[in-house]
Ligand binder design. Structure first.
Ligand SMILES: [Zn+2]
Length: 109
C-alpha cells in the first residue's frame, strides 16, 4: 500500500504543472571584466532588466549584447528604402511594383 501510494504520488507530481515555472522567461547573460558569465532568467514581463549584474568575483557584469549593439547598428543610416519612402508612399510603390511586374510578366510570356 505504502509503495503504491508513493508511486502514484510521484507520477502525479511529475505531471503537475507549476504555472510559475512555465511563465515565459528570457535568459540574460552578464559578463564581468574577468570574463565570468552569469546567466539570469528574467520574466519576459519584467519591464526592467538590469544592464549590469554583480558578479561573484566582485566586479560588475555587463549585460551581453547591450555593449555590442551600438557598434553593430550604426546610428541611423538612411537606406535606399528610406530614401524611396521619402519620395513615394507605400501605395504609390505598390502601384509601381504592380506595373513593373506586369512588364516583366509580359516579357516572360
Ligand atoms: Zn567575475
Amino acid at each position: 500500500m505504502g509503495e503504491a501510494m508513493r508511486g502514484t504520488r510521484l507520477g502525479a507530481t511529475s505531471y503537475e504543472v507549476d504555472p510559475g515555472l512555465y511563465a515565459p522567461r528570457q535568459l540574460t547573460t552578464y559578463v564581468c571584466e574577468n570574463e565570468h558569465r552569469v546567466t539570469m532568467p528574467f520574466s519576459v514581463e519584467a519591464d526592467e532588466i538590469p544592464d549590469t549584474w554583480p558578479c561573484a568575483c566582485g566586479s560588475e557584469g555587463q549585460r551581453q549584447g547591450v555593449q555590442a549593439q551600438p557598434a553593430a547598428a550604426p546610428k541611423h543610416v538612411r537606406s535606399h528604402w528610406d530614401m524611396l519612402l521619402e519620395r513615394r508612399s507605400i501605395k504609390e510603390l505598390e502601384g509601381i511594383l504592380k506595373e513593373r511586374l506586369e512588364v516583366i510578366r509580359a516579357k516572360a510570356s
